[in-house]
Design a protein around this ligand. Structure first.
Ligand code: PLP
Ligand code: ZN
Length: 434
């Protein structure tokens, strides 16, 4: 028995992996990624032994736990008890009581969970931390992913904290600033002359040839297991009281699927008495899941759409985790709503001014979507709602500049003179502009 197998056998609280398409069951050490019978669609769900978990973890044991990271929920996660955890502090992000925004929207209670404070600036750190732990559990030499955005940055950052080599495949057209962040973290970056789809399939073939561990969203069943810790934190931060509604921007669907999984875990354990309605917010230009939900379409056979939106982190023509993403909404009685790029950009300064959380467009979309959901009668005034702000605005400063320009928010010009300054301050800033 190798050291890796030895550790894997300690994951006794994972009952099996189950294919979301055909229901086939696999032992966790039998299969790493997809159900072999359905190509990229055979996404697996991790099924737990809740009785065993309940004997190891409880709300009161958590109350005394000083580990303020996602790993405080380790007995609920698919990792062995012996594997070393990465030192970067991922998780336990703040949940802010956003009273002024609540008043603006006519809601009694609104909370904003700020994932922008994660080490690499987005919620993706939760999944990447999980990927690094799983890779080390398997003794993998390299962790690989195909991504241009936050997932790649998160993998490169968490891997750097443990000295784990990474290979990241991005389309050659990827923004230089994002590539620079990956290179700074020490990732080996391959600029693929082709589309994102080309980079993705090349990453899968290369991983197969070279024995790399793959972090790709959807393909790797453990990514939504990392992201589900967001739901645990929301429930714990609200005193084990589930909110009525959570809104979140949706691209590949891994986050909303993870939220659903997290709340289902807590409900199965009896720690919360109901599962919140999940409202997935999509950009009007990238609305695959909104279409599928409205039209009751078959999510496995529905073909890709063309996706284009300013909120690049939720741009997905064929959402990789679409099965979990659709179930998250249908099973909870939630909804998919669409927001335009203008509404998304407008939400950036509204959220920043209203509660101090500066969000990238995909994150601000969750707030824009809440406004839509209220207008459409999907969310009621007396419901406790959580907006999941998935990533920091510093990730995409050009969009923030566009947003404040669109909103006509401007700086004041003054000559270096106190009277001139007083005069400038007296004038309403939005009407005076030179
Ligand atoms: C990835 C991401 C999303 C969407 O998550 P999916 O799992 O792709 O639906 C939303 N916001 C930010 C900031 C992201 O990085
Ligand atoms: Zn299957």
């Amino acid at each position: 028995m190798t050291a890796a197998q030895d550790t894997a056998t300690l994951i006794d609280h994972v009952h099996h992996l189950e294919c979301l398409v055909c229901g086939s069951r696999y032992a966790p050490d039998e299969i790493d990624y997809l159900c072999p019978d359905h190509g990229d669609d055979g996404i697996l769900d991790v099924v737990y032994d809740y009785e065993l978990i309940a004997s190891r973890l409880s709300p009161s044991s958590l109350a005394h736990d000083r580990d303020h990271s996602m790993w405080r929920y380790r007995p609920l996660l698919p990792v062995g008890s012996q594997v070393p955890l990465p030192p970067l502090r991922v998780g336990w992000t703040p949940l802010y009581d956003a009273r002024r925004l609540a008043a603006e929207l006519g809601l009694q209670r609104l909370w904003v969970k700020d994932e922008g404070v994660q080490p690499t600036g987005s919620l993706k750190d939760r999944a990447s931390a999980m990927a690094v732990v799983k890779a080390q559990e398997r003794g993998a030499q390299v962790v690989a992913t195909a991504s241009t955005g936050n997932a790649a940055a998160a993998l490169a950052g968490v891997a750097a904290s443990v000295g784990q080599p990474t290979v990241i495949l991005v389309p050659a057209t990827a923004p230089e600033a994002k590539v620079a962040q990956l290179l700074a973290y020490g990732a080996t970056v391959l600029l693929v002359e082709g589309s994102y789809g080309d980079a993705f399939s090349l990453s899968m073939r290369a991983a197969d040839r070279f024995g790399w561990y793959v972090r790709n969203t959807g393909v790797n069943p453990y990514m939504s297991e990392g992201k589900k810790t967001t739901a645990y934190e929301i429930a714990e931060q609200l005193g084990w009281q589930a909110p009525d509604v959570v809104t979140v921007g949706v691209g590949d669907g891994c986050i909303i699927g993870g939220l659903h999984k997290g709340f289902r875990d807590l409900h199965a354990l009896g720690w919360i008495d109901r599962i919140p309605r999940l409202v997935g917010v999509q950009a009007a230009g990238s609305d695959y899941l909104a279409q599928a939900w409205e039209g009751d379409e078959d999510i496995v056979s529905k073909p890709a759409i063309n996706a284009a939106t300013v909120a690049d982190s939720i741009s997905a023509g064929l959402p990789a985790d679409r099965i979990k993403a659709l179930r998250a909404v249908t099973d909870t009685g939630g909804a998919y709503v669409r927001v335009t790029d203008e509404q998304i950009l407008a939400a950036v300064p509204v959220l920043a001014r209203g509660c101090g959380v500066f969000a990238e467009p995909a994150a601000a979309a969750a707030y824009a979507g809440l406004s839509r959901a209220i207008e459409q009668g999907v969310v009621g005034a007396d419901e406790t709602t959580v907006v999941l702000a998935t990533g920091t605005g510093l990730k995409d400063v050009p969009s923030a500049m566009r947003a404040i320009g669109d909103a006509d928010i401007r700086a004041l010009h003054v000559v270096p003179d106190l009277d001139a300054l007083a005069e400038a301050l007296d004038e309403p800033p939005s009407t005076e502009r030179q």
